[in-house]
Design a protein around this ligand. Structure first.
Ligand SMILES: [Zn+2]
Length: 164
């Protein structure tokens, strides 16, 4: 009978603060899965919110790894003409990508709108508010769309509290 209150509490913990802490926060985001010609199903996306320190550390790690490979490639005959500049540039590119990963998608659970299988989806990389996924069962290309936080919506979220 306290389901409503529990729901409110669960939603209250999912608030997103603008200034992220130095570490990283894992939040669950309500989302929907859509496929061409089907009605959308509900899904939950697990997103890691990475602060500046966390992003900088991951970027530096990528830069260090690539530049270490570039350094080793110096000693490879002939191929070093290609490998050294390639690893040097790759380090900068990957570091730049990681610096921008303020919201990193780590997992999605939901029901495929095409084949109806409830499952966990493989996911990774930056997550703004939508991205494509591949259903491992039916290999349908799905689109994951994050639902906006409820506090941004002006109207009441649900009308089912009539008993007062
Ligand atoms: Zn499927």
């Amino acid at each position: 009978m306290d389901e409503n209150r529990a729901d409110e509490t669960a939603r209250g913990t999912g608030t997103q603060t603008g200034e992220a802490r130095a570490g990283c926060d894992v939040v669950e985001v309500s989302a929907s899965l859509t496929a061409f010609g089907t009605s959308p199903t509900r899904a939950r996306a697990v997103v890691v919110i990475q602060g500046t320190g966390r992003r900088a550390a991951r970027a530096l790690a990528a830069l260090g790894a690539c530049w270490a490979l570039a350094l080793v490639s110096v000693f490879v005959p002939v191929a070093h003409f290609v490998l050294v500049p390639a690893f040097t540039v790759a380090g900068v590119v990957v570091a730049g990508l990681r610096l921008r990963e303020d919201r990193r998608l780590v997992g999605v659970s939901g029901t495929c709108p095409r084949c109806g299988t409830e499952q966990e989806f493989e996911a990774g990389g930056r997550f703004e508010d939508s991205r494509t996924l591949d259903c491992p069962r039916c290999h349908q290309l799905l689109r994951l769309i994050a639902e906006p936080p409820s506090e941004h919506l002006p109207g009441p979220p649900r009308p089912d509290r009539g008993r007062a």
